[in-house]
Write a protein that binds this ligand. Sequence first.
Ligand code: IVH
Length: 678
Amino acid sequence: MTNMQSEKNRIDELTEKLHFYNHQYYQNSVSEISDYAFDVLMKELQELETKNPHLKHQNSPTERVGGTITKNFKSVVHQYPMLSLANTYSKVELEDWQIKINKLLPNQSEINNLNEYFCEQKFDGVAISLIYENGNLKQAITRGDGQKGDDITANAKTIKSIPLVIKDKNIPNYFEVRGEVYFPYSNFEKLNKEQEIAGEPLYANPRNTASGTLKLQDSAEVARRGLDCFMYYLLGENLPFKTHSESMEKLLEWGFQVSKTYQKCTGISQVWDYINLWDTKRFELPLATDGVVIKLDNLILQSELGLTAKSPRWAIAYKYKAASISTILEKVTYQVGRTGAITPVANMKPVLLAGTTVKRATLHNEDEILRLDLHEGDTVIIEKGGEIIPKITSVDVSKRSFNLKKIQFISHCPECGNLLHRKAEEAAWYCNNDKGCPPQIKGRIAHFIHRKAMNIDGMGEETVEQFYNAGLIQNYADLYEIKYLQIVSLDRFAAKSAQNIIDGLKASTTVPFEKVLFALGVKFVGSTVADKLAKNFKNIENLKNATLEDLVATPEIGEKIAESVQSWFGEKENLEIIEKLKSYGLQFQIQEKDVIVESQALAGKSFLISGTFLQFSRDELQNKIMANGGKLLSGVSAKLNYLVAGENMGPSKLEKANKLGVKIISENEFLQLIENKL
Ligand code: IVH
C-alpha cells in the first residue's frame, strides 16, 4: 500500500470513528472513550487533513471545531418558505381555531372535539433550516425574510447537536429539518462574564446574541461560544410518515435533538392542560420560551388545510403574557466598576418571577432613578421579558405612603470614600481615585489578564483577588515581578498551577501591540479602538506624543476617546508602568509583519472614505490606503485631499467636500490612483 493510500484509509477510519463517538455522546449520552483519547484522535485527523486536504470528507468531524472564515454570507432562496405562526392569547381563541379547522375538514366534524394535537414549546431562539442530501448536511440557512435567507453552513456545523452525517437504511434523498438555534443560559452568562471583565458592553439577551453569533465571520468563535438547537419540523417530498409525531420520532432516531417537552394531546381540553403545566415549568428549560405551538398531528389533514400566505392553517401559537410582578424596593446599593463608574443596584424583597427568585435589578445610572422617581420602600413592578436580568418598569405610586424617602444618589465612593464626579455629557458618576480604590485596581488587573487582552494562562479573577489580598500586586506591572515561590506559598496553589502562571506571564511578552494597548485599560479604548490606534500610530511613543488633533483625525476616534487617551498619558504613574512593562519585554510597537506595505503611491495624501463599496469592505479600503502610504482622516476638512465616495454616502459630507474643493473620487478612480494612472 502506498503512503497516500494508508493515509486515506486512516482518514476514513478516523472520520467514521469520531462521527460514531460524537453521535453516541451528543445524541445518546454515552461516552465511549475519554475526552483525552477523543482529542488525540481529533488532532490526528486534523493533521492528516491539513496534509491531504483533498482526502478530507465533506462533513468531517473536524468541522465542529470551526476555523472557516465567511466574509459574505450567500443569500439562498428557501425551497419551502419559512412561515410565521398565527397567535392566540386565550382559551376561547384556541377553541375558535379548533372550530374553524373542523369546518374546513368536513370528514373530521364527526369526531369533532377529539382531534389529535401535537403540543410543543415555542422556543424563543433563531429559526434555522438544515438541508440534507443522501444523509449529509448540505446547507444551513437562516430564516431571513421567509423567502430567502443566508447560508451559514460553516457556523451551523459547529453546533454539536446538529448531525453532520446520518446513517440509516432508508434515508430520503432530500429533506429539510427546521428548528430553533439558541444560546443556553449558562453559556450566555459565561460570555457576558467575559465581556464584563474585558470592559466591553454586555449582550442584552440570549436570543439576539444567538442570532448575531450565527452571523459571525469566524466559525471557530461560533464553536467556542457554544450554541445549541432544538428541531421541530421535518419537510420533504413523499416522506413516508403519517403524523407529525412519527416524523419527530424519526428525527430523534437520526440523531437530531428534539426537546423532550412535547406531548400528544386529544382535544383542546388536554391542550389547555399542557399550556397550564408549562406556564411555570418552562422556566426550568435552558432557554426562553414564550408560548406553546399546537400542531394538528395528522399530516394528511395538515395538507388538506394547507397554508395561507403567512402561516400554516394546521398550527397555532398560544402566547404567554410577559411575566411581571410587584415587590418592595428595600434599598439601593452601588457598585464600582474598573473605570470607576458607579452603577446603582436595586435591592428588593425577594419574589418568585418566571421561575427564579429575583432580589436585585440594575438601575443603570442616576437618570434612571430620577425617571422612575424611586423612593425607599416603594412598591415597584418588575418584568422579565426575553432578557434574563429583570427590570423595574414602573412604581405603583398608589401604594406609596407619605413618609417615604426619595432615593438620593450617593456623593462619595462606597468603596474608598472619595468624592464622586459626573461630567455633563455622561450618564455615569465616577470615582476618580483610580490608584487607591480597590475594585478599580483589581478590575484593571483582571482586565489586563483577560483572554481578549494579554490572555494570561492559568489566571482568573479569583487569582487577581488572591494576589491583591496577599499584597503581591498593586498594578498590572507588578504581575511580572511575582516569583514562583511567592505563588506556591499561597493557599490552593500546587506546583503545576503556579508554574502555569509564571509561564503564562512569560508567554504574554509576545502578545501583539494592539492587544497590549487594549490591556492597558484606557477608558473608552475597547478592542476595536485599540486596533485602530495601534494601526494608525504604530507604536506607543507616537500615541503618547499625539496631539488631540492627531487623535481625532484617526478614523472612528472621536473627541471623547481622544481626550481619554490624552489624559491617560498625562499621568506620571501610567508612564512609569509603561516603562516597567517595556523592561519586561512586552510589545509596544506594531510588528513589522502586520504592516503590509504595497507601495508609496499615496504618500503625502490624505483620504476619507464614505459609504459602501463594491470591491472592498470599509476596513479593506482603509488598509489599502495605509498600505500604499496614504493617511486616513476622520472628517472633511481643508486638509483633506481625497474623499473616496461609495454608495449611500452622507449628503452633508459631500456638500462640505464640494465647498472646500476636496477631490471626490470613486472606488475605481482610487484604484487608478494607486497604479499612478490618475
Ligand atoms: S413550527 C410556521 N414549532 O416560531 C410553521 N415553530 O412564529 C413551522 N418556533 O418561525 C414552525 N418554536 O422560528 C414551530 N415548536 C415550534 C417552534 C416554532 C419556535 C418559531 C419558528 C417560527 C416562529 C413562528
